[in-house]
Design a protein around this ligand. Sequence first.
Ligand code: ZN
Length: 73
Amino acid sequence: MNRPNIDAGDMRWGWTCPLCETDVSVSRDPGSETFRWECDDESCEAVGFGFSSRRAARLALKEYRERYQNIYR
Ligand SMILES: [Zn+2]
């Protein structure tokens, strides 16, 4: 089940926060085996967690962005 360390730097696909366009960090929680994304701006509260895969986290981030943009259309 353990994989060799994955360099998070290789996993940056240009994700940005839906709220402030700051880079978003995606990381894996080794305790719960889930993924989370979190805005790098400490004053921003955008965060998502509990995703089963990096892809799921990415899709959730995309949906978050679309939802947010719908509100302010
Ligand atoms: Zn943000």
